[in-house]
Design a protein around this ligand. Structure first.
Ligand code: SAH
Length: 516
């Protein structure tokens, strides 16, 4: 069998977007992903759906896999002919033991690539508003491990040389040793007044910074209960934070927001949250698929075969538009055959999806639930007209009922079906329990029902209770009602039922709960 290949890749410091383009490409094409805690679980969404995911970090019931075993694992997988990616936090060559992994691969004649990453040593300070060099204050910096036990630290770090060798000193893995490190630096000639910053979980929602001086940083770290992982920055560059702190100023900073809608529909919401400084966490509990049953397919084919007859095509979602056009193509129906039809679109996104296909909606109701469409239709539609309603299988029947009541002939077709999905995410239950998810967004009733069921399947015994201290944001009153009926306390419902309004409402809620 031909041997596989191993990519040794830096995943960046935590924010899943801080991976390199080359690293992302390797991730997308690999058959197996070997990863640990510092390479955020969300990055794995980019892996092939059927890629094997192997976690080699710590779990509640298990210690971290030994380095030798990881080295061997990579070799074994490659010998099975697989393309493997070993994802590591930050840069793989900075305290990442990539040398040992590469060494064993080399010995076994396996091809590998080392793809650098953005190291936390530089990126984490930057996210706290501390560039590691400064024209006036520091023209050099060192990156030092703070990991070793004090006697070993004395052997492997030449404090007399290191202390004053560069303007800025960056320590990784040093939180537990902060007292010892400060003491050594003072002893070897740094002023006790030297500014120091510790940044915990930089680039992630938990990012937290403590600033002090060499003489008091130890107490401050204890008082703030700062825990690893954190980067320690020593030197005058720390002062820049007073003016340059930028991440913390974003309106959704510190908020990890669960997105439950289908991945194919989530991009807009993701981008907006990201832009406002929140950390979107994808956990899609629904996915849309093509219908499979013969009757459904026949119904679509039949409905499209009389394209010329329709007076109205009424679309109620972006998915509806996309799947509708899928079927036109599938049954070879040229869109010009609907020459008589006017198009109605519920909501601006639906209209936009139509516009992208060269069709400008004739009617775009003000309000965004299906009932709104009826109001705006009343004087535009006459009895005996024929309307086509391409929709999802879970769509409510209000629209067609009302149309029929007005004498309109409504032909409904299920152009797509919505099915439940349970993402393979072992972390979510633990994150919920640890308060690491701050907000959950629901964009339809099925996302509510399915999330609760997905959590049950992941071993959460009482899902509604597990979500009690989390902000629950629903796109509209119908979704909110479903959430309340299922034991959730809804705290955010925008007055317009759009993604934009939902995000705005999240920002308002955050302002309110922060008290500013
Ligand atoms: N190869 C990694 C470093 C591995 S050593 C890199 O280049 O970043 C692990 C240490 O990195 C942690 O103990 C901590 O000091 C630091 N670290 C990594 N990610 C971090 C983050 N998001 N926030 C703060 N420190 C981080």
């Amino acid at each position: 069998m031909e041997k596989g290949k191993v990519y040794l890749v830096g995943a960046g410091p935590g924010d899943p977007k801080l991976i390199t383009v080359r690293g992302l490409e390797a991730l997308k094409r690999s058959d197996v992903v070997v990863f640990d805690r510092l390479a955020g679980p969300q990055l794995l969404n980019h892996a092939k759906p059927d890629a094997e995911r192997i976690y080699v970090g710590k779990l509640p019931d298990r210690h971290t896999m030994k380095q030798e075993d990881i080295n061997q694992l990579l070799v074994d997988l490659a010998l099975q002919g697989k393309t493997v990616i070993r994802l590591k936090g930050g840069d793989p060559t900075v305290f990442g033991r990539v040398g040992e992994e590469a060494d064993l691969l080399q010995k076994n004649g396996i091809i590998y690539e080392i793809i650098p990453g953005i190291t936390s040593a530089i990126a984490v300070p930057a996210y706290a508003g501390i560039p590691v060099t400064h024209r006036d204050w520091a023209s050099s910096f060192s990156v030092i491990t703070g990991h070793e036990s004090p006697d070993k630290l004395d052997h492997s770090i030449y404090w007399d040389k290191v202390t004053n060798a560069t303007g800025t000193l960056v320590f990784l893995m040093g939180v537990a040793k902060i007292a010892y490190i400060s003491e050594q630096l003072i002893k070897h000639g740094r002023s006790p007044e030297t500014p120091v910053a510790l940044v915990q979980w930089g680039t992630r929602a938990e990012q937290k910074t403590v600033v002090g001086t060499l003489s008091d940083i130890d107490e401050r770290v204890k008082a703030a209960n700062l825990k690893p992982p954190a980067v320690i920055i020593v030197g005058d560059v720390v002062r820049q934070r007073e003016t340059l702190s930028w991440v913390e100023k974003k309106p959704l900073f510190g908020q990890r927001i669960l997105i439950t809608r289908a991945r194919s529909q989530a991009s807009d919401l993701l981008a907006k949250i990201d832009d406002l400084g929140g950390e979107a966490y994808e956990f899609p509990v629904i996915e849309t698929k093509l219908p499979e049953q013969a009757e459904q397919l026949q119904a679509i084919e039949r409905a499209l075969s009389q394209a010329e007859a329709y007076d109205w095509i009424m679309l109620t979602s972006v998915n509806g538009v996309e799947y509708f056009f899928h079927w036109l193509d599938h049954y070879e129906v040229d869109v010009r055959r609907f020459h008589k039809a006017k198009f109605a679109a519920v909501g601006p996104k639906t209209a936009e999806a139509l516009r992208a296909r060269g069709i400008r909606a004739d009617l775009m109701p003000e309000s965004f639930i299906a009932e709104g469409l009826l109001d705006s239709l009343k004087d535009k539609i006459s009895p005996n007209q024929l309307a086509l309603l391409p929709r999802g299988d879970l769509a409510r029947e209000t629209l067609s009922k009302e149309l029929r009541a007005q004498g309109v002939q409504a032909v409904e077709i299920d152009v797509y079906q919505t099915v439940m999905s349970v993402p393979k995410d072992l972390w979510l239950p633990e994150m919920l329990a640890n308060g690491e998810i701050h907000v959950i967004t629901f964009t339809s009733s099925s996302t509510v029902i399915n999330l609760l069921e997905a959590l049950r399947q992941l071993g959460v015994r009482n899902p509604a209770e597990a979500l009690q201290n989390i902000e629950i944001a629903c796109i509209g009153p119908i979704t909110a009602k479903t959430a309340e009926e299922n034991g959730l306390t809804v705290t955010v419902v925008p007055d317009k039922y759009t993604i934009d309004a939902l995000v705005e409402a999240l920002v308002d809620r955050r302002r309110m709960t922060k008290g500013d």
